[in-house]
Design a protein. Structure first.
Length: 340
């Protein structure tokens, strides 16, 4: 009763690529979801950005682990270690004699199984969470975008993250139609690696492919604002000699095409299952894009032409889920869609 100041409230977007934590409406942590572990002792050597700098550059004694794959926990111990470490980083800014009771809301993919949901809950509890709430990511995205999720009208959200693409039609505080496909940012990265291997005989790592995706990532051949071509350096697959290649956005659009078609088909399937009244609301309001994948150049234009419904890229799409979990954290008593 008198110890409410000892309760710390955190909103966490536990993503495949990045983990974002909000506290008091402010971002207190935004780090890559990766941990570096010493093989012999199993001790955590680095987290987040420091661990990402070590990724694909480690000695045999150290391994870097991405605890989440395809939006769900793939390595339970590494996930717990990472969550604990990130919470400790947030708490290092506090000056308190006591460890606070943690109240946390965590975003999870809408296609998570009971086992996967339990893994997230258990990891968060082991990391110090006393009151743990879970929210499906499309619902969190909708809240973060600023949609009224409890209104009697249909809203559609497509959240393209690192591990999954979440598609959901939301109405009256519930998900009416949902699909979660494991085709997202990580697949785009692999597509780029494969394209460079085939076209230029160059071997590049995940980090370089990620940089290419950010610099010249696009999904259409004709952009109004064309990014500068990106120079790639790497070893030749046959000779191992260093080679350079200049990659333009049109090549990336070509190499991502098959993967984007899978997302288009999933969106169309979700629309086919949508009740007619909600469908008419969606046609009127448009479909909202969130997540890092929404930043691919020309994606909204391509999807609008394919589906014939306007697509809108959310403001700050990378943080839409985190912002939504923050809103949910303030309303845990009122939002029936939160899971405990």
């Amino acid at each position: 009763m008198g110890l409410s100041f000892l309760t710390q409230e955190l909103a966490m977007d536990l993503g495949t690529a990045n983990t974002i934590i909000f506290q008091n409406d402010q971002i207190v942590l935004d780090e890559p979801s990766i941990v570096a572990i010493e093989n012999a002792s199993g001790k955590c050597m680095a987290l987040g950005s420091k661990a990402k700098m070590m990724h694909e550059r480690t000695s045999p004694g150290i391994k870097t682990v991405r605890p989440l794959r395809d939006g769900v926990i793939a390595d339970f111990n590494a996930a717990e270690m990472m969550i604990k470490g990130f919470i400790k980083q947030v708490n290092s800014k506090r000056h308190s004699l006591f460890n606070p009771n943690l109240k946390i809301v965590v975003g999870i993919p809408s296609g998570s199984t009971e086992v996967e949901i339990r893994a997230v809950r258990d990891s968060t509890e082991h990391a110090g969470g006393r009151e743990v709430y879970l929210i499906f990511e499309p619902m969190a995205s909708a809240l973060g975008i600023g949609l009224d999720v409890e209104a009697p009208k249909g809203n559609m959200v497509v959240d393209i993250g690192g591990g999954t693409t979440e598609i959901a039609v939301i109405s009256l505080g519930g998900i009416v139609v949902q699909d979660s496909i494991r085709t997202a940012g990580d697949v785009f990265t692999k597509d780029i690696q494969e394209y460079l291997r085939q076209q230029y005989n160059i071997k590049v790592g995940e980090i370089t492919a990620e940089k290419i995706k950010i610099a010249v990532g696009a999904v259409i051949q004709d952009l109004d604002e064309e990014p500068e071509p990106y120079e790639v350096k790497g070893p030749n697959l046959i000779t191992a000699h260093p080679v350079n290649a200049v990659v333009g956005y049109q090549e990336i659009a070509q190499c991502l095409d098959k993967t984007i078609v899978k997302i288009e088909n999933a969106i169309i399937q979700a629309l086919e299952q949508t009740p007619p009244e909600l469908y008419s609301d969606i046609v009127e309001n448009g479909i909202y894009l969130a997540g890092g994948g929404a930043l691919l150049r020309g994606l909204d234009k391509r999807l609008t032409e394919k589906v014939n419904i306007p697509f809108h890229v959310a403001e700050d799409p990378l943080r839409a889920v985190a912002r939504g979990t923050c809103i949910a954290l303030k309303n845990t008593a009122n939002y029936s869609f939160l899971m405990r």
